[in-house]
Ligand binder design. Sequence first.
Ligand code: NAD
Ligand code: MG
Length: 387
Amino acid sequence: MGDTLRRVAVLGVTGSIGQQTLEVLRREPESLRLVSIAGGRRVEEMIRIAREFSVEQIGVTNEADREKVHAEIPDVNVVVGPEGLESLASTAEVVVNAVVGFAGLPATLGALRSGARLALANKESLVVAAPLVNSVRGNSLSEIVPIDSEHCAIHQCLANSSVGHPTVRRLILTASGGPFRGRSVSELREVTLEEALQHPTWSMGPKITVDSSTLMNKGLEVLEAAALFGVSVDRIDVVIHPQSIVHSMVEYIDGSTIAQLSQPDMRLPIAYALALPERFDHAWGALSFREAVDLSFEPPNRDAFPALNLAYAVGRRGGAMPAWLSAANEVAVEAFLSGHIAWHQIVPIVEETLAHYVDDPLTSIEALYEHDAEARARARDLIRRAP
Ligand code: NAD
Ligand code: MG
């Protein structure tokens, strides 16, 4: 790496991606300096991190937490709520957005407006606000470097060409298939919360772990790839790859397919997004090949996992519809996590919510917040009336 310290903000610092980002930062003190952090809960943990890294700013979600932080570390600047999150994004050269769900939107917009590099784990902000994000991106020096492992793989496989380049035929996203791969529709009616939280290859936060079990995560990732790389969903394919070693692929028009491989370890894409255009000299996910490695690929079962087709249909309609999909899914996943609905009800609730969507091209942030609220209200209503 060069000899200047890069200023880094980690928003969503107490979560799975946030904690793994701290592991990368601890290894690279010569290159990276943590200046700002934010999180939703676990304020004691944030105070501990602030002390360890001598951060300058902390973002919290409420006044009580602001006072707690102020009492413990009075010389640190504390900001509150979504506006605080957005303002923190302009304090650093690289903003790691590791917040979960719609709550990550202010961090994405703040980073893009400030011209910082957005190291993006929060796929939901790109999915819900694609038309808005892309218009801010068009007027900004900012770049998005994806942390989501599939998109980071595609970023690497594209090297210096872009998806718009006439030699690129399609993007192929890999999916582990989640804990319920191979189960039939009737077997899926019996699955429990505990089983849904057992991901076979990745250890992640609860929301994305449930999304992986329904394949909604892959559906969201198709929409994320479309927004990120500026390509229609029909040039994106999904293949099930249970080992999670090939993280995604790019197929070129001459039949050549380029893949990126590593052990499933999120610290690799996190380090990539922090180091670009260089690379850190530490191998987080290296494959040794000293033992046999089997790689297998199979098409997804679209009948058992209808979230995938739903996401493609939503991607083709565009506008505010992806925001509805994501909002309804967040509400349904929360209801599942808190024991109010069964696993097999998650995707049908999302689908029924979408039936109320009326086309809108999505031209303002105010409209986005209205769509989000309406989709959530519809989904909650369906959950209340669910058998
Ligand atoms: P997590 O639940 O472990 O952590 C979420 C973080 O967001 C926590 O720090 C939480 O306090 C914070 N947060 C929640 N609401 C907030 C708010 N209103 N304001 C500020 N902070 C808030 O989730 P995770 O698994 O780390 O995932 C984070 C994001 O990264 C998600 O969008 C997920 O889809 C994406 N992602 C995660 C992984 C993974 O391996 N965990 C892989 C790829 C993509
Ligand atoms: Mg992913």
